[in-house]
Design a protein around this ligand. Structure first.
Ligand code: CDP
Ligand code: MG
Length: 731
């Protein structure tokens, strides 16, 4: 058991008296329940800290075209501000208020909540739009979306003319998309203003033809400008952040106005472990039960690093529960992570059944993006999964790194929203002092090829000269330009190539995946590549519970292809698809579509359970598949299958993933050819411990070792044949 040392209120947040926060009782059942729920939601809204400064905030937005709002998490910024603005008439002539979120889950769950608060059906007045999922309509006025999606919209509508207000939320997260979006919005604001002035000048010239006096001409112009501004209102830009440091954003926007919205925070006791933990997952598990068995009522929030870890802990908790006496088993687990199917996401907001305690297993999404009511205990192992990029080697990898101090404070704050709470940091106090103050912005630690491709498509040719909030290193920009050039997306003079570069920019995927799809249409294996790319876009299709490890391995063998993981994933997808096809034929006589869907879901879940397949991930992959297929069809790429000729498919992988090729070394490890790094095939790969000489891989993951994940066997000679511009050059 991790021994905990209490450290008084030194690192705790301040105590302040607050109005009691209303808790939702159980889910509504009948009409009366619906009314009472509406009442409760209304009261909850009125009791949020932001409600008391509504008029002031609306006035600030009226007075300033750029406004920065800093506010404590849970104060009501994301859910309330768009509604205040809508009610204050900020959507003239059908214009839309857009709110960007760095995370898909936040966009979806908040949109659902706000739709409920407005008493509107989701997708009508309030909607959301995220990659591969759009719930908006022509009547949508409050639109939540990911920052990446708004960037994509700018490709089709460079003035973002549908929007009257854009709120860039969670700006402190500093995702690469948020950073680029801010630069873009600055340009959009300027361009819109310029078009208003141009319009006014032209019209004024016409109207003032007969006027001779200069001052009358001036007055006329001012008059026109006002008229034009009414007709084309400027784009209001609001930047919202949970971090107290608004200076960077304010300076970037020429000294823009910043306001602070106060939250309410109760006292949180912080506990540290006495010694460093060797296995934080294990320590988290022990702490969950320690709280469950020894502490008073209140839900637990555990911060983990990703889906796989969350699902692992979920199973371990279930397993441990079975060992407890009946009366101690009243504990329910609820996961929350980015790729969780949207209908399951709302479960975190529902109260646990009476007498039960809820354990929320979350990624850092629950740090500031999503506020979950009812939390009294926070378990913080102190880690996050982050992208890391080495511009010299051109290698991006996913690594598990310690959180920053700012993140640790945000996490502990989650325990004190509704009353005093406790936070268990699973590391010694001395480690806290060593943490970085804040996390390095993503733009400084990721591969930029995706962003550069989009900026180029938006007409920004001089990437180094682009007005970034914080400039990425020149080396990183150059390496990414080089990668795009090698993929054929850029011409010699660094312009988007036609058609490949333009096609790649249109696909909402990583440039290498887009290239693989484009090439696959030439290699007659687009059917297969669509499946592979969809399956690679989700985390962990297979699961391997500790206690049934052997069974899981045997199940996986049924799908395994000796050629590697890509074909193995395709086998899984096809097996599931066949199962459903068969069922559809059997159930064909049933009239009720909904019934069929429900039954199919059940069958699929059972099949997944038996085969140790993650049904959540598989369903997500199916959604992605149908979306990308739509894009590819629209682009007119011929879709055909290579059938049993999987050689074609593997050659196509070699032709597109050639930058991710690795060659076996005499001592058994592999060497990534582009970067020269020594890597190993990940233990979850079907090629782990095989004797394959050359592979391509999907990603590099760094834990204690450098692992390549999702690998497929290729012939070394294909590299010089299919990517001569790179491999012939290397000699
Ligand atoms: O953006 P900020 O962190 O300031 O707060 P918010 O996300 O607007 O949340 C305000 C309140 O709405 C919190 O009390 C949340 O618990 C609640 N909320 C909810 O109950 N269900 C959601 N899906 C989203 C928010
Ligand atoms: Mg928020």
């Amino acid at each position: 058991m991790p021994s905990m040392e209490q450290n008084g209120p030194r690192n705790t947040t301040q105590t302040r008296k607050q109005k009691p926060v209303l808790k939702l009782s159980n889910q509504p059942r009948g009409a009366a329940d619906a009314i009472s729920r509406r009442e409760i939601v209304k009261k909850q809204r009125e009791s949020l800290p932001i409600a008391s400064v509504k008029e002031r905030l609306v006035q600030e937005v009226k007075d300033h075209d750029v406004l920065i709002i800093v506010g404590e998490t849970g104060s009501g910024k994301t859910t309330q501000l768009p509604q205040f603005l809508f009610n204050a008439g900020f959507c003239p002539n059908g214009k839309v208020i857009g709110i960007t979120q760095p995370r898909r889950v936040a966009a979806v769950t908040v949109a659902k909540r706000v739709a409920e608060e407005c008493g509107a059906e989701l997708g009508q007045k309030v909607g959301y739009s995220i990659r591969f999922d759009d719930k908006t309509s022509s009547s949508t006025r409050i639109k939540y979306m990911t920052d990446g999606l708004l960037l994509r919209e700018a490709l089709l509508d460079p003035y973002l003319s549908r929007y009257s207000v854009i709120i860039v939320d969670e700006a402190h997260e500093r995702t690469v998309h948020t950073d680029v979006l801010l630069g873009l919005l600055k340009n959009v604001q300027r361009a819109r203003l310029k078009s208003v002035i141009d319009h006014a000048v032209v019209n004024n010239k016409k109207a003032s033809n007969g006027i001779t006096k200069e001052e009358e001409k001036g007055a006329e112009l001012t008059n026109f400008l006002k008229q034009c501004q009414r007709k084309f209102p400027p784009l209001k830009l609001i930047i919202m952040s949970a971090s107290l440091d608004a200076r960077l954003f304010s300076e970037y926007f020429g000294g823009a106005r910043a306001v602070h919205v106060e939250g309410r925070q109760h006292h949180v006791d912080i506990f540290y472990t006495l010694h460093a933990e060797t296995d934080y997952v294990d320590a988290a598990l022990i702490t969950i039960f320690q709280i469950h068995l020894e502490e008073g009522p209140g839900d637990i929030l555990v911060f983990l690093t990703g889906q796989e870890e969350i699902e692992g802990v979920e199973r371990l908790v279930q397993e441990q529960l079975q060992k407890l006496p009946e009366e101690s088993r009243k504990l329910v687990t609820v996961p929350i992570f980015s790729s969780l199917p949207s209908e399951q996401q709302m479960r975190v907001f529902m109260p646990a059944p009476a007498g039960h305690r809820k354990v929320i297993l979350a990624t850092n999404i629950a740090e500031t993006s999503v506020t979950i009511p009812g939390i009294k205990y926070v378990i913080d192992p102190g880690f996050i999964k982050a992208r890391s990029y080495d511009p010299v080697k051109g290698m991006e990898s996913l690594i598990i790194i310690p959180t920053s101090k700012a993140q640790a404070l945000q996490r502990s704050g989650r325990a004190g929203r509704e009353g005093p709470g406790k936070c268990f940091r699973l590391y010694p106090e001395s480690e806290f002092e060593k943490l970085e103050d804040s996390t390095k912005p993503e733009i400084k630690r990721c591969n930029l090829s995706n962003v550069i491709l989009q900026l180029k498509a938006l007409g920004v040719d001089d990437i180094i000269g682009f007005d970034f909030l914080e400039k990425p290193s020149r080396a990183a920009i150059q390496k990414s330009l080089e990668e795009l050039f090698l993929l054929g997306a850029l011409t010699d003079d660094c312009k988007l190539s036609d058609p490949v570069g333009h096609q790649m920019a249109r696909l909402p995927l990583d440039p290498i995946y887009s290239k693989a799809l484009i090439l696959a249409s030439q290699f007659n294996c687009l059917e297969e590549m669509l499946i592979a790319v969809s399956m690679l876009s989700v985390e962990s299709i297979f699961y391997n519970p500790r206690e049934k490890s052997e069974e899981a391995k045997t199940a996986k063998k049924c799908f395994a292809s000796p050629d590697g993981d890509h074909l193995t994933l395709i086998n899984v997808y096809r097996a599931a698809d066949e199962l459903l096809q068969k069922r559809r034929m059997e159930l064909g006589i049933e009239k009720n579509e909904k019934n069929i869907k429900g039954k199919n879901e059940k069958i699929l879940r059972k099949w997944c359970r038996e085969n140790f397949i993650n049904s959540r991930s598989l369903r997500h992959a199916c959604d992605i598949h149908s979306q990308i297929r739509g894009h590819v069809e629209q682009m007119g790429l011929p879709i055909s299958s290579c059938g049993d000729d999987t050689l074609q498919f593997r050659r196509c992988l070699a032709a597109s993933f050639f930058l991710n090729a690795a060659l076996k070394q005499p001592e058994g490890t592999y060497r990534a050819l582009a970067s020269g790094q020594v890597v190993q095939i990940h233990p979850t790969s079907v090629l782990h411990q095989s004797k394959v000489q050359c592979v391509i891989f999907d990603e590099l993951v760094q834990t204690s070792q450098k692992y390549i994940r999702n690998t497929t066997r290729i012939d070394y000679l294909w590299l010089t044949e299919l990517a001569p511009h790179y491999y012939a050059m290397q000699g």
